[in-house]
Design a protein around this ligand. Structure first.
Ligand SMILES: *Cc1c(COP(=O)(O)O)cnc(C)c1O
Length: 467
């Protein structure tokens, strides 16, 4: 890419207008139903990558993300935004790497305020929204639905910001104690936890209804920050670079294993590779909800419904960000992708031989059953001295089949204390919360119960907004 070329974003279905980075971030889903991707992927040369050695996480984030933002933010604006985003992390390295086994490393992504990797993206997008909206003199209402981790990360990222009100719908009685408290103990007036009488699917369905109610959508200026937002993916590219460089990149190849649900995190790894980071293999690790492992093995991307697991943040029926990988695999043919997504509505599609070869050139895959996940939590405790959360354990289990001369980095996506029941069942040890949030269970809770009813939810939001 020429350095002076404007940065444009295009839809994976080819029918939506091209946007700038800022417009892409504020829009989320493209109007043709597709996902925005950069029209051209910026690259970093070996010298630029080598120069990341020894710089702070924040400085690395600035250098890696800057080319994607085009004219949307100045360098000094972006630098301030990044500093604010990661100031609340409980570890100076932000994403520390530690050795787990011979030539196998764990990338700890759980030192953010809600103890899961989603903080890396959500904290950044909160600050990006605030800066963009202040400049435009606008205010938005962010509404999200959550099964746990995304909602707590969003509440934490948007609380107290001037230009944003945030409402998170979660299924009443169906999230873990820690997840609920991370949402209900937020005290700022612009942040609202709504406990819906229903399941996660109900919460997600009402959210979709809200976005389709154009009168309401315009009235409150609805905005979304779910995992298809490109700004979230971009934030996650950074730690692939910092981890690889600390193990000798660009002079040495590395591989990554990524506990995967919606394919946002591992797609960030793919972007890092496309930017020039020498990655040998990106391993997709799924739990028993293994649509991605089946698709990469057989070429058939077919939905089977969701079976609840002990790694709930990976319990998905379809994997929304996979569309971005398909777009490249099909030679960036938006019509072909739109066709596949139509077939998906009938239950699935077959990936063409050429596209499958492209995908297998970048991604390997594996799955962990519930028993294998628990066994790995127990084994890691005894043999590696490590308490793993169930999601990270899925990754470490799958990585075992890919260990070899190339260093393997497995992403630890949540802190074990966020899923204490599964960890205790496997090891007999109940993991403690980090000291900075040890009083979580004493803090007063604040939430509003709401029926599984669109009008009721919309009325509640309207009345809670500042007049
Ligand atoms: C969201 C999440 C995942 C899955 O990440 P995707 O980007 O959806 O693939 C894995 N582990 C944890 C703890 C999560 O919160």
């Amino acid at each position: 890419m020429r350095n002076d070329a404007p940065m444009r974003y295009i839809s994976t279905r080819g029918q939506a207008p091209e946007l700038t980075f800022e417009e892409t971030m504020l829009t989320g889903l493209a109007r043709d139903g597709g996902l925005y991707v950069p029209a051209e992927i910026p690259t970093m040369g070996a010298g630029d990558i080598a120069a990341l050695a020894g710089v702070s996480y924040e400085e690395a984030a600035l250098r890696v993300m800057r080319p994607f933002l085009g004219e949307s933010f100045t360098e000094s604006e972006l630098s301030d935004i990044i500093a604010r985003a990661y100031a609340g992390f409980g570890h100076a390295a932000r994403a520390p790497l530690k050795q787990l086994q011979d030539n196998h490393f764990l990338l700890e992504l759980f030192h953010g305020p809600t103890l899961a990797f989603k903080d890396f993206a959500m904290q950044l997008i909160g600050q990006l929204f605030e800066a963009a909206l202040a400049r435009r003199g606008e205010r938005v209402t962010i509404v999200g639905a959550t099964s746990g981790d995304t909602g707590s990360a969003a509440m934490e990222a948007f609380r107290g910001l001037d230009a944003v009100d945030v409402f998170i719908l979660y299924p009443h009685g169906r999230v873990s104690d820690v997840q609920r408290r991370q949402m209900t103990t937020v005290t700022e007036a612009n942040a609202h936890a709504l406990a819906i009488d229903g399941t996660f699917d109900d919460a997600q369905a009402r959210l979709k209804d809200m976005f389709n109610d154009f009168a309401f959508r315009d009235e409150v200026r609805l905005a979304g920050v779910n995992s298809i937002n490109f700004a979230r993916v971009l934030a996650q590219v950074v730690y692939y670079f910092t981890a690889a460089v600390s193990l000798g990149a660009p002079h040495r190849l590395v591989s990554f294993t990524v506990p995967t649900g919606n394919f946002g995190d591992i797609f960030a790894g793919y972007l890092a590779k496309r930017m020039g980071l020498p990655i040998e293999r990106l391993v997709v690790a799924t739990n028993q909800n293994d649509i991605l492992h089946r698709a990469l093995s057989s070429g058939d991307y077919v939905t089977h419904g969701v079976t609840p697991s002990i790694s709930p943040s990976m319990d998905i029926q379809v994997s929304s960000n996979f569309e971005r990988a398909l777009f490249d695999a099909y030679g960036r043919d938006g019509r072909a992708v739109a066709q596949l997504m139509d077939e998906l509505k009938q239950g699935g599609f077959h990936i063409s031989q050429g596209a499958l070869e492209h995908l297998r050139g970048h991604f390997a895959s594996g799955r962990a059953s519930e028993a294998e996940t628990s066994a790995m939590i127990a084994r890691a405790r005894v043999e590696m001295g490590e308490l793993l959360c169930p999601h990270s354990a899925v990754g470490v289990h799958v990585a075992q089949d890919f260990l070899g001369p190339t260093p393997m980095i497995t992403l630890a996506t949540a802190h074990p204390a966020k899923f204490p029941d599964a960890v205790e069942a496997a090891t007999g040890i109940r993991p403690a919360l980090p000291p900075r949030m040890a009083d979580l269970h004493e803090r007063p809770e604040r939430m509003t119960r709401v029926g599984n009813d669109l009008t009721e939810i919309e009325t509640l939001i309207r009345e809670a907004l500042p007049k």
